[in-house]
Design a binder for this molecule. Structure first.
Ligand code: B12
Ligand code: SF4
Ligand code: SF4
Length: 375
């Protein structure tokens, strides 16, 4: 067992990680991933089902893996808020930064090199991931004692609240594991430190928690506004409110956040300009202005059509008839049926039926419906 685990932890902190904890690979945690998939809670994220075996067995990801180094980057900042004014949409906090996958990656590369220089590892002895790999990051984080599973399904840290982004390094280097968050209590208990609190469950605008700690992605605003590439179910649209990309409601209400201090933010790059964008500015984006505005941010993955779809829902929910002049052209003639349909919905919701009658197409147009089916 290498003696300098603490020196490694310190060096990872210097690289910019705000939390560094170690877990042993064996025995792996037993998260209810299969039951979650069987219940269809993953919506159309088929990649979750395809990679389930690997997610449940790190040996299939890295044969001979002994340890998981779990890393957290705090992205809490008192000064970074969106949606404070009417007509300004609400963004998930992480989206008000350059894409964290890209900004954390170099730090993970550097961490891998440290494994080589400090512990004699070769590149085949480790693999690192931030979000997109076949690793159950929250389960490993719980195992490593980085925090506990909140009733909101989040990894809640005593020091950083709900505001840690997670990365994992699977390695054949054996590290002594860290203890769980409360020694002597089962680490994987949902709501270990929640007590009687149910704020997150009660606050969810779309009722996405069938049980504490279990999230049905089909009902989650985060899924609907980021992962879903098609039509947002009508019954969920009102609950989405002004949220245009992701959702932090069940995170924001958590009392454990009171311990979160502004993160060091060494591995993040804030984009304050995005928080100030208004709905009219977004509804008027062109492919060129979209690309220029959202370059290097997680929003770029959504593409212009997806963002306009979300902006239409937010516009329809905000009650501002002054948005009708920006919505009508989208409803009438936007080339994407997805955008047209959500714009029509928003126009109707804002009471713009008369103006809509002027619009060239509407979402009940058989041609538009046929285009949906063809997608
Ligand atoms: C798919 C996915 C989503 C999906 C589904 C979310 C979900 N709850 O599973 C959608 C698109 C909805 C989503 C939304 C968000 N996500 Co997401 N997502 C993921 C991803 C890629 C996989 C998650 C997964 O495996 N889900 C399957 C379930 C079964 O596993 P799990 O939630 O990870 O594990 C928990 C449960 O098994 C539970 N559990 C364990 N034992 C038991 C026993 C019982 C009885 C029960 C009920 C539960 C239970 O505890 C485990 C640990 O917390 C991870 C990255 C990764 N590779 O892990 C990021 C990740 C979980 N997401 C993250 C974030 C930040 C978000 C959002 C906040 C984004 C936003 N602002 O819009 C929201 C939060 C929604 C929420 N409350 O969970 C972070 C979470 C960081 C943290 N501190 O927890 C991660 C880790 C990405 C990262 N690298 O930082 N996400
Ligand atoms: S992210 Fe929003 S919609 Fe999803 S479970 Fe949390 S509060 Fe509900
Ligand atoms: S809001 Fe309350 S119930 Fe939800 S995770 Fe935080 S402490 Fe637990």
């Amino acid at each position: 067992m290498p003696a300098d685990r603490e020196e490694f932890r310190r060096r990872l902190g210097e690289i910019g990680f705000d939390a560094v904890r170690f877990a042993a690979v064996e025995p792996p945690p037993a998260p209810p991933l299969r039951a979650w998939l069987d219940a269809g809670h993953h919506a159309d994220m088929a990649w979750m089902a395809r990679t389930a075996d690997k997610r449940l067995d790190p040996q299939q990801v890295l044969p001979g893996a002994s340890s998981v180094v779990m890393l957290g980057v705090s992205y809490w900042s008192e000064n970074l808020r969106s949606g404070a004014k009417v007509g300004r949409p609400v963004w998930a906090r992480y989206a008000l930064h350059e894409d964290y996958h890209d900004t954390i990656r170099p730090a993970l590369e550097e961490s891998g090199k440290l494994l080589e220089t400090m512990f004699g590892a070769v590149p085949e002895d480790y693999r690192w991931y931030v979000d997109t790999g076949p690793v159950l990051e929250r389960s490993w984080a719980v195992r490593a004692g980085l925090g506990f599973t909140g009733k909101n399904a989040m990894l809640v840290s005593r020091r950083h609240g709900n505001w840690l982004l997670l990365s994992a390094i699977l390695t054949r280097v054996a590290f002594e594991p860290d203890p769980p968050v409360v020694e002597g209590r089962p680490a994987d208990k949902v709501g270990l430190l929640c007590g009687k609190c149910t704020r997150c469950l009660d606050a969810c605008p779309t009722d996405a928690f069938p049980a504490p700690g279990t999230l049905d992605a089909r009902r989650c605003v985060s899924y609907q506004t980021i992962e879903n590439k098609g039509v947002i179910p009508r019954d969920l649209r009102p609950g989405i409110g002004a949220r245009i990309f992701g959702c932090d409601v069940c995170l924001e209400v958590c009392p454990w956040n009171r311990f979160a201090q502004d993160g060091r933010r060494m591995l993040l790059s804030a984009r304050h300009d995005l928080a100030g964008l208004t709905l009219p500015e977004i509804l008027r984006l062109t492919p060129e202005t979209f690309a220029a505005t959202f370059r290097r941010t997680p929003v770029k993955r959504l593409k212009l059509g997806g963002l306009l779809r979300n902006a239409c829902v937010a516009a329809g929910n905000c009650g501002e008839r002054s948005l009708l002049p920006d919505l009508l052209p989208l409803a009438a003639s936007h080339p994407l049926p997805l955008v047209r349909a959500h714009a029509v919905w928003a126009v109707r919701r804002l009471g713009g039926e008369a103006a809509l009658a002027e619009a060239r197409r509407d979402e009940t147009d058989p041609q538009v419906l046929a285009e949906y089916e063809a997608e």
